[in-house]
Ligand binder design. Sequence first.
Ligand code: OAD
Length: 251
Amino acid sequence: MQLPAALIEFLPKVRSVGAITGAGVSAESGIQTYRGQGGVYDDPDVGDQTVEALSGETLAVDPDLTWRTIAAMARQSRDARPNPAHHALVAIEKKVPRFALLTQNVDPLHQEAGSRNIIPIHGDLYATRCLECNGRSRMEREDFETLDAAPRCKACGGVLRPGAVLFGETLPLEESMRMRKEFVDFIPDLVVIAGTTALFPYIQQPVLLARQAGRLTVEVNPERTLLSDVVDFFLKGKAGTLLPLLADALP
Ligand code: OAD
């Protein structure tokens, strides 16, 4: 597989890159996507229940259910390690003076691969906060192994909330501000979006802004999405194949 010559030609001019990722970037690490074939939400048996369990409303009335659902997902990705797509984004970050990675993923694979300027806009699955005293703590991978009820705060005994943003909740403030700084107030020379259905307006916006401003926009996905007709280059294929090609082609 090769990148289009017209894309390669533009790369020497790129001084700043904004990358946007979703579940598809972790798919080759063995983590289920949310939508599409094999997607958690599209499971004909439990998909709808999963969506309901992962909502702020359910957390308020039945935190054990929310946590059991999260723990099952965390166990499924227990052995996941960064794949060539994660490593390619680290390589890209090292090649350009300015780089930001906006990720919707709540797994720790970008962090484990070594990406630095990460904006985890949907939170971090392992970072918890007490619903009573607001105390912050962290879960480890092994904490999910036996978890079958909401974990409790070591300080006050209150129920902990998971670090991931749930359905019906607002985005975390600090990450929203950073997203604005890196993708709206500043528009990168190259915006590359990979492995996401790009359903949310705040995920589409950086790509639309970059396109409007005449910057280079690239999408990597085996399937077409809402953005495929908007970007300059839709690269049809897997992130683990195409992002390393892009990283190598950047001078
Ligand atoms: P989705 O599950 O909606 O989409 C995954 C995308 O990855 C699809 O477009 C697939 O075609 C694509 N894909 C699959 N395998 C791929 C591969 N090997 N390489 C590249 N792309 C691949 O996941 P997201 O768009 O990330 O929210 O979902 C957005 C949010 O919805 C998630 O962050 C999650 C969910 O509710 C929270 O956790 C808060």
